[in-house]
Design a protein around this ligand. Structure first.
Ligand SMILES: [Mg+2]
Length: 249
């Protein structure tokens, strides 16, 4: 069996609409005995919600364990560690993390600060967090995406802008639970998951992740403008469909 990992937003779909040809080519991969992992930087939804969306759009069964998100990587990372975790993020993210860890509401008692995305970050709160990090509290971000897609043409400031603010205030580089960071690739490596191809639309996350797990990197031009050179990818295609046509007939 061959394995492929694919990004979701901008590669398989935009918002709630599949990119043309994706449904047919995804099913063609399954018919050709490919196992597909779904590697996303979406940090605001559970793997159940993401799997249901994929099932509805693609009309196939999705293994929950094939959906890997920063929250999945975080949950795995926290296993067996008795950390008290302070979360900067939306109520949904706090709720999710409270189910997988000892969530604390007081920064001073935290072992680890997790930075998530909010629509309107409060600078005073971020400055307090930076102070805590400077006094020794560990910190990591769910991802470093500078923008967050809310529709095919609309973006909001992403988690990465919060991470960048903290990094410049602390002069430290934050670990990331997203595809851009080593914790995400360690998840695959530690579980012995072998990937033949990683496909996505972002050089700074998808292609970086492919390099980190030492697999063939495939860039598709179906969504964003990349600010890192596309020549970092092993191969470039216009769409997921075009890539699939190149590996199965
Ligand atoms: Mg993407």
């Amino acid at each position: 069996m061959k394995t492929l990992a694919t990004d979701l937003d901008g590669t398989l779909y935009l918002d709630n609409i599949l990119i043309p040809g994706v449904k047919e080519s995804y099913q063609l991969l399954l018919a050709n005995n490919y196992y597909i992992y779904h590697a996303t930087n979406n940090s605001s939804q559970s793997r159940q919600i993401i799997a249901s969306k994929l099932e509805r759009l693609l009309q196939v069964d999705i293994d929950l364990s094939s959906v890997i998100t920063p929250l999945v990587v975080l949950e795995d990372y926290l296993k067996g560690k008795n950390y008290s975790v302070y979360v900067f993020g939306s109520d949904e993210i706090k709720q999710y993390i409270s189910n997988i860890s000892n969530l604390v509401t007081n920064l001073e008692t935290a072992d680890l600060v997790i930075l998530g995305r909010v629509d309107f970050p409060n600078e005073d709160e971020l400055d307090e967090i930076a102070k805590g990090i400077n006094s020794g509290i560990a910190a990591a971000t769910l991802n470093k995406d500078l923008t967050y897609p809310v529709s095919p043409t609309e973006f909001k400031p992403g988690n990465g802008q919060i991470a960048r603010y903290i990094e410049s205030a602390t002069r430290k580089t934050l670990d990331s639970f997203g595809k851009d960071g080593m914790l995400f690739s360690d998840y695959f490596i530690n579980k012995g998951i072998q990937i033949d191809y990683m496909i996505g639309d972002r050089v700074d996350t998808d292609i970086v992740f492919a390099k980190n797990i030492n697999t063939t990197s495939i860039l598709v031009n179906s969504s964003i403008e990349n600010h890192m050179p596309i020549s970092l990818a092993d191969e470039v295609f216009d769409t997921f469909n075009e890539f699939v046509s190149s590996i199965v007939k």
